[in-house]
Design a protein around this ligand. Structure first.
Ligand SMILES: NC(=O)c1ccc[n+]([C@@H]2O[C@H](COP(=O)([O-])OP(=O)(O)OC[C@H]3O[C@@H](n4cnc5c(N)ncnc54)[C@H](O)[C@@H]3O)[C@@H](O)[C@H]2O)c1
Length: 437
């Protein structure tokens, strides 16, 4: 074993290694907290000074982390939020948790990984372990990150420093599977990289799953998210087909789900949302296109899922038509803006498309979300109505886009004229006022 590796192993085991997390968002902040709580000194680095100021003041802006946790770690300097990248020079361990969105063209936007890695490269030193957590296409860690790190340094990966990929799998808002107990897949660009990264993560996380390469770890994440995307696409198409056939898709799904094996329940909805499922598989299909291969399942599921907000609007048009009303000029209340229940995350939410399409068709649209009080989106902005029950009484139709638990569905039903329920919030209640997806 080389000396560098031996020294690192000792520092990991006695927790004297200093860790830095690049990106204090949904993924980075919980990771930084878990390691700080496990006894590591953690630098939380982010160029967004509002985030750094909030953390410095002991405030959390992420649902899965409490302000008490942040304050309890920031005060004794176990977690040190900073916008100063020069602090990276002190770090032995660096996790990169920066965004990987799509460009307007639908191509991967790797600019955040590139800028974070370039900053890290300025401070790369022997004895550093780096783990990329941002979801990307297979090859990103080796072809992009490694190349940027070694361009100027002259250091050798697997000997002088160590590099691995470990996908983040958290499901924001979930309490049974968290950053702490979610099995963590890790694959290094060399066997030594895998071993050291696994040793590091195993100091704080409950289950580490080493794999043979960074590419396997990258692809595992994309398999997981493609699996969800394709199954959601399938069940959304089931909803379209059931509608044509005059069958209740929700009842069909419940019946199929009684099979004790070989079936996994997915539910239809107004479209995909969040930072992962609508985006990550497109990183894979983009990479495959460069190899002259079309990822057919991904393209098909993406097409079906992307059209769901438009389908919701056609169902609203039909529902109003049955009440002899045109959508043009009708008052439509959209309930729920977050991409899934009981969180405040608006990213890629289908509510944005549903509201935009309703506005395009000249409906008088308002919305309510208990956690999202204002939306500023492309060419429109709106405040959440303060009282959804009052607004529902005044609306020609209510469209449930996100079935938040906080809603009083019985009172809503009582006070509304018509409800388009895209999430089956009313379950077995077959009230004729409720139109299901
Ligand atoms: N949110 C999730 O549920 C989730 C789940 C699994 C995987 N992921 C993946 O994890 C990655 C991060 O996602 P997120 O949800 O935490 O994003 P986020 O937008 O919440 O946080 C990313 C943070 O990185 C910061 N940042 C931008 N450029 C930076 C730079 N050069 N250096 C340091 N920080 C920088 C941003 O200011 C932001 O605070 C993405 O690749 C995403 O696909 C997210």
């Amino acid at each position: 074993m080389n000396e560098i590796r031996g020294a690192l192993e000792r520092k990991l085991k006695d927790r004297s290694a200093i860790m830095a997390v690049l990106g204090m968002g949904y993924v980075g902040l919980p990771l930084a907290v878990v390691f700080a709580e496990a006894g590591f000194e953690v630098l939380g680095i982010d160029p967004d000074t509002r985030k750094i100021d909030a953390l410095t003041a002991g405030e959390s802006y992420i649902g899965d982390v409490t302000s008490e946790q942040v304050a309890g770690l920031v005060k004794p300097k176990k977690l040190r939020p900073t916008a100063d990248f020069a602090e990276l020079a002190k770090a032995d361990l660096v996790s990169i948790c920066v965004p990987t969105p799509l460009r307007k063209t639908g191509d991967p936007d790797l600019s955040f990984i590139v800028s974070a890695t370039e900053k890290l490269a300025e401070h790369l030193h022997t004895g550093m372990i780096i783990v990329l957590e941002s979801t990307s296409y297979p090859g990103t860690t080796r072809e992009l990150v490694l190349q940027l790190l070694t361009e100027k340094s002259g250091l050798t990966v697997g000997e002088d420093f160590f590099l691995a990929f470990s996908p983040e799998r958290v499901d924001p808002g979930r309490t049974d599977w968290t950053t702490l107990n979610m099995p963590k897949v890790i694959g290094g660009v060399t066997p030594a990289c895998s071993e050291l990264a696994a040793l590091w993560y195993g100091q704080a996380l409950q289950a580490v799953v080493p794999v043979s390469s960074a590419e396997v770890a990258e692809m595992a994440k994309l398999l997981e998210n493609t699996f969800r995307m394709v199954n959601i696409g399938l069940v959304n198409e089931m909803a379209l087909m059931c509608n044509r056939l005059g069958i209740n898709v929700w009842e069909v799904i419940e019946a199929a789900a009684t099979k004790p094996f070989g079936f996994m329940k997915f539910t239809p909805g107004p479209g995909l949302g969040g930072h992962c499922i609508p985006i990550d598989p497109l990183y894979l299909s983009w990479k495959l296109k460069s190899l002259n291969y079309t990822a057919r399942f991904i393209e098909l599921a993406s097409e079906i899922n992307t059209n769901m907000p438009r389908y919701v609007v056609t169902r609203v048009v039909e529902a109003l038509n049955n009440h002899a009303k045109p959508l043009n000029g009708s008052r439509v209340l959209v309930l729920g803006a977050a991409y899934k229940p009981d969180i405040d995350d608006l990213r890629e939410s289908p509510a944005l498309d549903v509201i935009g399409l309703l506005r395009e068709k000249k409906a008088k649209v308002s919305y309510h979300d208990p956690q999202i009080t204002h939306i500023d989106h492309e060419d429109w902005a709106m405040d959440s109505v303060p009282d959804y029950l009052k607004a529902a009484k005044e609306a020609d139709v209510v469209v449930i886009v996100t079935n938040h638990a906080a809603y009083d569905y019985a009172a809503l039903l009582k006070g509304s004229q018509l409800i388009v329920d895209t999430r089956n919030a009313y379950g077995k209640n077959m009230d004729p006022k409720v139109v299901r997806l």
